[in-house]
Ligand binder design. Structure first.
Ligand code: FNR
Length: 374
């Protein structure tokens, strides 16, 4: 209704309200390197396309005369209350698309009460982002050195991050042609690794501060965060240094989800990293129902990879997700309009989700299940 009212005054929204066409709007506005960094996938892009195709294979079957005038989409996941089952997925080095980066994203999220999952490779330190306020979780890229790992966890706890999200699928970086074609220049120009570069344990391991020898600091960063796969028994280390909930991100097989539950983890994010890691990996939505069936009664099941519209949110919930994480769309919003751009994208998605619920005849999340799907 706000958009209709603005229309009466002759004003239109800053950019499209279509979650799918947003990518085209961003392609027109952003430079090729930043756009490629956000839009790109691994290899041929098969999994990026598969993520979207999987949503299109499911249809909603709306119900009528269901008295859905008033709706309540609010929920609580692992102790964090949210207005709708939507969180912002961790996205690194957001200063590549906008100078205000994660600060702008955090302000938009906090204004709406939407939880933000902050990436390890944030362009602003986790303490600076925490000052913005709002519900916040911390995403860990698992460092190869225990003291750096412990330092990041300690800082996150001290800065009020409520849940730890450990990303498992990116222990080494995939073959990403869009970034390789740009020789990773946006990263190598040092665009924002402030969260790592400000870490005391990271700095202690350097011969010179990152400000004085940035190429060496970047090499050190690469060797600390890539190239070493971990094992299930090392989750104990994370438990030892983090007393809140722990969620494993990047789970795609029900046996891995079962193992996560057996190891005492609190949740999983069913995700293929938005198709950015294994080219040819199964669409995340395709494996969601079997993972929800395997562990949904024992732990929280979150989902990302391919969510673009309100209908997508409702479909993922109907297939067993407790909440979804939104990736690229809000980053396009950041590139197109900074904080106001992220807010525009988020408010649109929340409104579209609410309207989808209404017109499907669903008043609350507890009424959404597989009977809504064909
Ligand atoms: C990501 N993703 C990601 N994940 C993570 O755990 N840590 C990170 O730093 C990043 N960085 C990142 C950068 C960019 C530009 C993108 C697009 C993605 C993955 C992200 O959290 C999420 O899994 C996907 O983005 C979800 O897919 P969609 O919504 O983009 O299709």
């Amino acid at each position: 209704s706000e958009i209709y009212l603005q229309g009466l005054g002759g004003a239109t929204p800053p950019f499209t309200t279509d979650g799918v066409r947003l990518e085209e709007a961003a392609r027109e506005k952003l430079e090729p390197a930043p756009f490629g960094y956000v839009a790109g996938g691994a290899g041929s892009g098969a999994t990026v396309r598969a993520n979207r195709a999987a949503f299109d294979r499911w249809s909603l079957v709306p119900r009528m005369l269901a008295e859905a005038t008033e709706r309540d989409l609010s929920t609580t996941v692992l102790g964090t209350a949210m207005p709708a089952p939507v969180l912002l997925a961790p996205v690194g080095v957001q200063s590549i698309v906008h100078p205000d980066g994660e600060l702008a994203t955090a302000r938009a999220a906090a204004a709406l009460g939407v939880p933000m999952v902050l990436s390890t490779v944030s362009s602003y330190s986790m303490e600076e982002v925490a000052e913005v306020g709002g519900p916040r979780w911390f995403q860990l890229y698992w460092p190869n050195e225990p003291d750096v790992c412990a330092s990041l966890l300690h800082r996150a706890k001290a800065a009020g991050y409520e849940v730890l999200v450990v990303t498992l699928d990116t222990w080494t970086l995939a073959w990403r042609p869009t970034d390789l074609d740009q020789a990773y220049l946006p990263f190598l120009r040092g665009m924002g690794l402030a969260n790592i570069f400000s870490d005391p344990a990271f700095r202690a391991a350097l011969a010179a501060p990152p400000e004085d020898d940035q190429p060496m600091a970047i090499l050190r960063w690469v060797s600390l965060f890539t190239g070493q796969d971990k094992s299930w028994d090392r989750l104990a280390f994370l438990r030892e240094h983090w007393d809140g909930p722990i969620v494993l991100k990047g789970v795609q097989h029900p046996d891995d989800a079962r193992r996560a539950a057996d190891e005492g983890m609190d949740g999983v994010v069913v995700s293929n990293h938005g198709g950015r890691q294994v080219d040819g990996a199964v669409a995340a939505l395709e494996v969601l129902p079997e993972i929800a069936a395997a562990v949904g009664s024992r732990m929280s099941v979150l989902f990302d990879s391919g969510v673009r519209t309100g209908a997508d949110v409702v479909k993922a919930l109907a297939l067993g997700a407790d909440a979804v994480l939104l990736g690229r769309p809000y980053v396009y919003g950041l590139g197109l309009g900074g904080e106001a751009g992220v807010r525009h994208v988020l408010r649109g998605l929340l409104a579209e989700t609410d309207l989808t619920m209404a017109l499907c005849g669903k008043k609350s999340l507890s009424e959404v299940d597989s009977t809504l799907l064909r």
